[in-house]
Design a protein around this ligand. Sequence first.
Ligand code: AMP
Length: 126
Amino acid sequence: MAEIDTTYDSENIFAKILRGEIPCNKVYEDDHALAFHDINPQAPVHVLVIPKGSYVSNADFTANAPDAAIVGFMRAVGHVARILDLDAPGYRILANHGVDSGQEVPHYHVHVFGGRSLGPMLKTSD
Ligand code: AMP
């Protein structure tokens, strides 16, 4: 079984946002998570939720974060969708991990999409 890549680049863009070095359009923040609008939205609502800890990906986060951080983060994702008024119409959450997914930013994040009917879950062809 391949080892999980936990090599964290502290100069990635979300690390800089967490440190307040570059701005974000904040939606929500608590002890475990920060949520902000995606700079290049793919839906009428497109918000990113990131954990405060230094985790590269879903693999790293779920393997190595303390239970309280995982619980707190997942509650924050649900809370963010709620405060965006997406519970009733519905929404999609997505986390890219690694090369096949096209993950661009190497700090774990969950996308929250909503505001319209989101169509098929995945593109069926290239
Ligand atoms: P992923 O491909 O899952 O790594 O998604 C990275 C996301 O981060 C993309 O949807 C980008 O549009 C978004 N993004 C990159 N830089 C910023 C930024 N400074 N503020 C907000 N969103 C960003």
